[in-house]
Ligand binder design. Structure first.
Ligand SMILES: *Cc1c(COP(=O)(O)O)cnc(C)c1O
Length: 357
């Protein structure tokens, strides 16, 4: 991010759409025959969706709101609809507009089949351990082997078409661990789908490719991943964070710098009601000081304007000397950033949005 790209009104979100398009295109190439869907919940900004769309095979949506928004923004892109706790209205919307519906329970299967025909994947909750994962997506998500078998047995009487299996089991893993997980999912899914007479089986192995906020230059190794993925099925992945995280910045300026009982704070315009990522992940959010070329000489905590001690972007991190007016760009703010934040808390102004093309 360069100083001349900084908008006049701060705080601002700045999205590098050209860089994003190049990144997603390179992921698409690395994946070879594996289909790439974008998980819209990472960042459903319409400009982001339009930038990503030409380089993906489809978009995964997880609510009626996302489905409606993505369908309006991208009228012709294939959609997969998933998520636990679907209402009847959402199922009806998905039955009309989604190309694939990921079924989460036997009861949901019955409710969906009452609405008419649809192409479904059964969401599997498989007992594979994923050491090192940031999140293990077990618990309420998907079905165990008994419930999966019950659904597969019942589908021929329902008017639904079983196309395959969906398994998003963990997030935050690197390529070798993700490949290991993919192999185990496919080894389980192929015989299961064959037993239930599925030709041309589809296996959606989910998203969750690692994004390391402590190493902003590191990237998930898509080449190794693409080369090592199993064959024998129509494979699909649906990453969100690893596609859009790197091409967004939250840019703001310093309002005050003070030292209280030995601790130095830089108080910034805005806060975690705009960029909640460090609060949810519990990390120091990576940043650059755009107005300084100096090396860090001191340490400070970067905090926002909210009246809560939780409004912290980074704690006691190395910084150059800071003064009011200095401009800070938080990097890696393109995913799970603005759209997961509690915008209305304290009624401060919203950030502005800028798109580099
Ligand atoms: C959130 C989610 C994704 C995307 O996860 P990332 O960590 O952003 O890659 C994909 N599939 C499902 C089912 C999800 O819930």
């Amino acid at each position: 991010m360069k100083l001349e790209d900084v908008p006049e009104r701060l705080p601002a979100y700045v999205y590098d759409l050209r860089g994003l398009a190049e990144h997603v295109a390179s992921v698409r190439t690395a994946l070879g025959p594996t289909e790439l869907y974008y998980a819209a919940k990472a960042n459903p900004d319409a400009e982001i969706l339009r930038t990503v769309a030409p380089h993906v095979d489809g978009v995964e949506v997880s609510s009626g709101g996302e489905l409606t928004h993505v369908r309006e923004t991208l009228p012709h892109t294939p959609l997969a609809f998933g998520g636990p706790g679907k209402t009847d209205d959402e199922l009806a919307l998905a039955q009309r507009h989604a190309d694939r519906i990921h079924v989460e329970s036997p009861r949901e299967l019955s409710r969906l089949s009452a609405l008419g025909p649809a192409d479904v994947l059964l969401r599997a909750n498989l007992p594979f351990r994923t050491p090192g994962a940031a999140l293990a997506m077990s618990g309420p998500f998907g079905m165990d082997e008994d419930a999966l078998a019950e659904c597969a047995r019942r589908i021929p009487e329902t008017g639904l078409t079983l196309r395959g299996v969906h398994a998003h089991l963990a997030s935050g893993l690197g390529a070798p661990a993700m490949l290991d997980l993919a192999a185990r999912i496919v080894d389980w899914a192929l015989p299961f789908l064959k037993d239930h007479g599925v030709d041309d089986p589809e296996i959606n192995i989910g998203g969750g490719m690692a994004v390391d906020y402590a190493s902003p230059a590191a990237r998930f190794d898509w080449e190794t991943y693409g080369r090592g993925l199993p064959t024998g099925a129509r494979l699909r992945v649906e990453p969100g964070r690893a596609l859009t995280a790197y091409h967004g910045w939250y840019v703001t300026d310093v309002l005050d710098v003070k030292t209280t009982r030995g601790d130095t704070y830089a108080v910034l315009r805005g806060g975690t009601h705009h960029l909640r990522t460090p609060a949810t992940k519990g990390h120091d959010h990576p940043f650059e000081v755009l107005t300084s070329d100096e090396a860090p000489t001191t340490a400070a905590s970067l905090v926002g304007q909210l009246c809560t001690p939780k409004d912290v972007f980074a704690t006691d991190v190395p910084v150059p000397p800071l003064a009011p007016g200095d401009i800070i760009a938080f990097t890696m703010a393109g995913a799970y950033a603005w759209n997961i934040s509690h915008h209305d808390f304290l009624m401060h102004p919203k950030p502005t949005f800028h798109y580099l093309r």
